[in-house]
Design a protein around this ligand. Structure first.
Ligand code: GDP
Length: 471
């Protein structure tokens, strides 16, 4: 690893690895060179005689955590000896009862005995720094824990198994081969002939750029599949916005997260329709007032629409469309939009239907129009189909082997792509081989950043600080 890591230390760390809430079992993790010695200060075997040092590695033992003579808890304790552990250090896991108080008491005992409380993500950081996993696998671990849907879980599982790492490694190998060839030819022209080489390199670079282009082309869909579609519900008062919201979140298919903002009254809700996740933004406006457009004004609607990946435009199909409707829908011209013609159950009063809606909205072509009745809960399946067509070409199930779902990877791949394009440029301009190596080595370094072979302390700190405690 060529990065310089000043932040690595050899403290022995501990943390609760399970949730800090009352539960059946809690796991406390200890890692570091003094893990055995420290745990021996608080551990007694079932017969109160054996120490951990005498336990064979990779075994689980039954015993007690004690504070002096006092038994604190009855535990199962496992010992994984370096380097055959998650962090490649000596690791001890204490399975205690899962009460918050008891877990805290054990942590305090460990701290008193010589441990330091682990930083968020520090166990995984050690696994990375000790070379057990690369950066993409470390990131995959975090993504597995926070996965909100099957796609996110599958793609992070693939990433943990090495899908991104293997790809990046193979790209790097191909690039370094060319760099080495050029270097050798420049150093030893008698034995390495560069005649005809630029054409060969051009073909190679073209293969590499199309491979990277293919990866980059998965990024938008990958992000949306993983993180959900940022959706804003827009419509006139009384059109049925809050009924739509309630239908979505009240439906048994939905999972709901309320994030009540402290600075502004923004409530965001996450709704799952099958494998499609909708991240509904600014639902506070819908809940607090039935007058969202008037309260928002066209400007506010505009900023919400800009922020969103999708606009659900809900119309009361028993009422005529007015100028404000027209103005607001014109803001959606460059945005993926679905028009919902609501109150379809009031069949005698329908004024807007699929045939005449575009007479009113001339500037939005090819927008899916769905007849809904929020009163009866109709139209949600059609909405799901329209979403799948709009965002995934109708393929509910992911088609690609690898999706780029991480923004950091996407940005670095774009830099790799740009560097390789410069190599292509230099070849076209018949520049000397030195020019090729500069950009090839940049491409090589950017790929190295993805897997963590060429990263510094700051980035490592930033990535791992987003982890949860005990991981
Ligand atoms: P909002 O102001 O856009 O949030 O609209 P609401 O969801 O509060 O709905 C306004 C009124 O229309 C309420 O009385 C709803 O019960 C009613 N409503 C909503 N959707 C439908 C529907 O599909 N059919 C009928 N008949 N009434 C509806």
């Amino acid at each position: 690893m060529s990065g310089v890591f000043n932040n690595f230390n050899d403290d022995t760390i501990c943390a609760v690895a399970t949730a800090m809430s009352d539960s059946g079992i809690g796991v406390i993790r200890v890692s570091g060179k003094d893990a055995v010695a420290i745990c021996d200060k608080i551990y007694r075997s079932a017969k109160m005689e054996q120490t951990l040092k005498e336990h064979a590695p990779n075994t689980i033992k039954y015993g007690y955590v004690c504070d002096g003579e006092k038994i604190i808890d009855e535990v199962m304790i496992s010992f994984m000896k370096a380097p055959h552990s998650f962090t490649r250090e000596d690791v001890i896991e204490i399975n205690s009862h899962g009460g918050v108080l008891i877990m805290n008491q054990i942590i305090e005992l460990l701290l008193k005995s010589g441990c330091r409380l682990a930083d968020p993500g520090e166990f995984t950081k050690r696994a990375f720094l000790n070379g057990r996993i690369d950066l993409t696998k470390a990131e995959a671990i975090m993504d597995i824990i926070s996965a909100q849907n099957n796609f996110a879980l599958d793609s992070s599982r693939n990433q943990l198994r090495g899908s991104i790492y293997d790809k990046v490694k193979s790209l790097r190998e191909q690039i370094i081969y060319e760099m080495a060839f050029i270097e050798s030819a420049l150093d030893d022209p008698e034995n390495y002939d560069l005649t005809g080489y630029p054409e060969k390199l051009k073909a190679k670079v073209s293969d590499l750029t199309s491979e990277i282009e293919k990866l980059l082309s998965t990024a938008d869909e990958g992000k949306i599949r993983k993180d959900g579609i940022k959706t804003v519900i827009v419509g006139k008062p009384n059109a049925g916005k809050s009924s739509l919201l309630n239908t979505l979140i009240g439906d048994e298919r939905a999972i709901v997260t309320d994030i009540a903002g402290t600075t502004r009254d923004i409530i965001e809700e996450t709704v799952r329709l099958g494998d499609i996740v909708l991240h509904l933004i600014d639902t506070a406006g819908i809940r607090d007032t039935d007058d969202i457009i008037e309260k928002m004004g066209v400007d506010k609607a505009k900023s919400k629409i800009e922020e969103a990946d999708l606009v659900l435009y809900i119309l009361d199909s028993t009422r005529d469309i007015d100028d404000e409707d027209k103005e607001i829908i014109s803001l959606c011209a460059d945005k993926k939009t679905i028009i919902l013609l609501n109150k379809n159950d009031l069949s005698d009063d329908i004024k807007i239907n699929e045939d005449n809606v575009f007479k009113f909205f001339t500037n939005v072509d090819n927008v899916p129009v769905i007849k809904t009745s929020m009163l009866k809960g109709n139209g949600i399946d059609e909405l799901k189909d329209a979403l799948s067509k709009l965002f995934f070409n109708g393929d509910i199930l992911p088609k690609q082997e690898i999706y780029i779902t991480n923004l950091r990877h996407k940005e670095l791949l774009q830099k790799v792509y740009d560097s390789l394009k410069l190599v292509d440029d230099s070849i076209s301009k018949n520049l000397s081989e030195d020019f090729y190596t500069v950009d090839l080595s940049n491409a090589y370094a950017y790929l190295g950043e993805i897997i963590g072979e060429e990263v510094g302390d700051d980035l490592v700190e930033e990535i791992f600080s987003k982890f949860c405690m005990g991981k």
